[in-house]
Each structure stands twice: as C-alpha cells, then as structure tokens.
Design a protein around this ligand. Structure first.
Ligand SMILES: Nc1ncnc2c1ncn2[C@@H]1O[C@H](COP(=O)(O)OP(=O)(O)O)[C@@H](O)[C@H]1O
Ligand SMILES: [Mg+2]
Length: 360
C-alpha cells in the first residue's frame, strides 16, 4: 500500500536482529543451578531471505525462536523483529510474525479448510474474511484437493503444510519455522521445502531452525551456526564450506594394484596437503586449491600412464564437514552443557515436548 505514511517508513535493515541475547533457565529440582540456553547470542537476518539457524539438539534453537517470537522473556542483550524492539513492544512484534514448528498445531477433528477458517476467525477476520483467506492459503500450500478431508487422514507433510498455512493467516512479515521437517519422510520434507520457497518468493522473511545440514544448504541463503547458546559461525553456505577448505578431488582406481600410482598423480596437485587412500573402496582423495586445473592434470597424467579409473571427480565439502570443523563434534551429537552442569538429566531431544509444555 503506497500511502504517504508507508512510503516514509523505511524497511528495517534486518528483519530479525539479536545482540548478545541471554536466556537462563533454572534447572528444576537442582537447587537453583542455572543453565544459559542463550549465552550472548547474535543474529542478523536480512529481509526477504531464508536464514538458517543450524545446530545440534540442545544448542538453543527453540529458545532463540521463542524469545524472538515473544513467547519467552530474555535475561540480557537486545532483539528486534521487523524493526520493533522485542522486549519493549512484544504486542507489536506479535502482529508482524508467524510461528510454526515441529509440533503442528492442527486440530485433527476438523478438515484442513475448517482448521484455517477457525484460525481466521480467531484472528478477527470475520466469517467471510476467514473463508476467503482459507481458500487462498489452501491453494498456496497445495491443499485444495485435501481441503475437505479430515486432518486425521493427512500425511505428515500435508499436516506441516497446513500448520505453515495457519501461521500465514495474517500475512506475517517474518515467519519463524522451528524444525519444520523433523520427523518427516523425504517426500514430506520436499513438500515442505517447496512451500517454504513459495513463501519467500512472496516476500516473507523466514528464520528456519534445523538440525539438517542439507536442509539449511538447500533453502537458506545465509546460515548461523549455533552451539551452546552462541553463534559460532555466520555466513553463506558456500563460504562456510570454503572455510573448511577447498574442494576435494576423488579418484576411484579400477584396479587395486594401481592405488599407489593414482596416489602419486593426486599428490602432484595436492600442494603438499594430505593424500588419503582407502584400500577397500579403491579411493584416493585430497584437498585441492584449483579444482578444474587439478582435475584436468590428474586425468591427463593417469591417461599418460595408462591407469584405468572407475571414477574421477570433485566433491564440495559438505556442511557435515563444516560442523565437525567448527564444533569438534557432529551435528547429530547430543552433549552435556559446556559448564558441565546437569539440567534435568534426560537427553535433550526426547524431553522437548515436555519442556515445550512446561515453558508455555
Ligand atoms: N524450560 C526449560 N527449562 C530448563 N532447561 C531448558 C528448558 N528449555 C530448554 N532448556 C535447555 O536449554 C538448552 C537449549 O534448549 P533448546 O533451545 O530447546 O535447544 P534446541 O532447540 O537447539 O534443541 C538445552 O540444554 C535444554 O536442555
Ligand atoms: Mg528445538
């Protein structure tokens, strides 16, 4: 709407901004021992992008989302969403955001359409407004055919899409998605990914938390890696991968007897770096600086020496490599907190439903 007022309103530089956020939980039944779920957390999300918040179980992702979505109060630092201060004006922030997550807020007794219409009425769209908005969203999220079926019969992917649709009732500027594909099969994940892409094409900013490196890689233009309540890296997926090192060349020898010769050829382009040989897979690999030059040179020298190869190629480092390098542990790892203080003694992943309920 190009009213004079909205024209003079400048779009905030960041859709989400967090500076030094701190959130402490008092561990229950442990004599007041505190746990810093957020420990000076920084985040800057550009408008109109998908920003990935990537971290293992217990890293602080849900806490960050709940604080930014004004569902939890924070203990230190500052945060802004859509240019509005989260601590000072939580109600204004709430009017600009949507939230959807791992535990879809879908009423099983209703159809998809009824679910959306109910939310619309809840948000004061009126009967007609709610009906119209439900129709638009069913279309947008590919649920037209299933619209009048009971949500009980929906697949996991359809349920999450319905949840996404309900979080979009008020056309929020910023949408928080907390592990929207956890527990879905590959097809369901693909469906949710398409829905997220469509949202961003429509101008919504998405903050997406995930434990899945490939998901952040596929969807996000920018990734913040969170570990122990702190941002430990913040970059584009490609830059994060480059930080781990350049591309790797991989050669699979046709004959195990040629492995040493293949290793010598690879060594010449590895620039003094480590050349690894795996006898069981007949694979030789090494990091290279100039990918194309390395590939051409190795291919030529193997051909000159008449060494048969089964496969030769370049591999980009995966985000798994990134995580391992940054944190010293894999993305799926579950750890005790940095300071060694016990929380509730149960693995973080399994207690999430309970904690969510307790915190609400
Ligand atoms: N309500 C709570 N009370 C006490 N500790 C909590 C509570 N919620 C989360 N935590 C702890 O805070 C840390 C971060 O949790 P969370 O934000 O849920 O991480 P993630 O979403 O990345 O798995 C974990 O160590 C978790 O055990
Ligand atoms: Mg979580």
């Amino acid at each position: 709407m190009s009213t004079p007022m909205s024209m003079s309103e400048t779009r905030p530089r960041y859709a989400v901004l967090a500076e030094g956020l701190v959130k402490r939980y008092r561990a229950r039944g442990r004599g007041g021992v505190e746990k810093r779920a957020l420990d000076g957390f920084d985040l800057a999300v550009r408008p109109g992008t998908v920003h990935g918040l990537l971290g293992p179980n217990g890293a602080g992702k849900t806490t960050a989302v709940r604080v930014l979505a004004t569902l939890l109060r924070y203990d230190g630092g500052r945060a802004e969403v859509a240019g509005i201060d989260v601590g000072r004006e939580p109600r204004r922030v709430r009017s600009r955001i949507g939230l959807a997550g791992q535990y879809a807020a879908v009423d099983e007794g209703l159809t998809g359409r009824q679910n959306l219409e109910m939310f619309g009425r809840l948000f004061h769209l009126g009967n007609r407004g709610a009906r119209q908005r439900a129709g638009e969203l069913l279309e947008r999220f590919g649920l037209v055919e299933a619209a009048d079926r009971s949500a009980k019969e929906y697949s996991g992917g359809m349920r999450r899409r319905l949840d996404l649709a309900s979080s979009m009732i008020l056309s929020p500027d910023v949408l928080f998605l907390d592990e929207p594909t956890t527990g879905l099969d590959p097809r369901g994940r693909g469906e949710v990914w398409d829905a997220i892409r469509a949202l961003v094409a429509g101008g919504t900013t998405v903050l997406l938390t995930t434990q899945y490196l490939d998901e952040a890689d596929k969807l996000a233009s920018h990734i913040t890696v969170i570990d122990r309540g702190r941002a430990i890296a913040d970059d584009t997926p490609d830059a994060l991968k480059n930080r781990v090192g350049g591309d790797r060349i991989e050669v699979v020898a046709a004959d195990p007897g040629d492995l040493a010769a293949v290793a010598r050829a690879v060594e010449r382009v590895a620039g003094g770096g480590l050349v690894l040989t795996d006898d069981t897979t007949r694979r030789v690999h090494a990091q290279v600086a100039d990918r194309v030059a390395a590939l051409t040179e190795v291919a030529r020298s193997l051909q000159d020496d008449r060494i048969a190869v089964e496969d030769i190629g370049l591999r980009r480092p995966s985000l798994d490599d990134v995580f391992l390098r940054l944190t010293g542990h894999g993305a799926g790892a579950d750890r005790t907190p940095a300071d060694g203080t016990p929380t509730d003694g149960t693995p973080a992943g399994d207690t999430q439903v309970v904690r969510e309920g307790a915190a609400a």
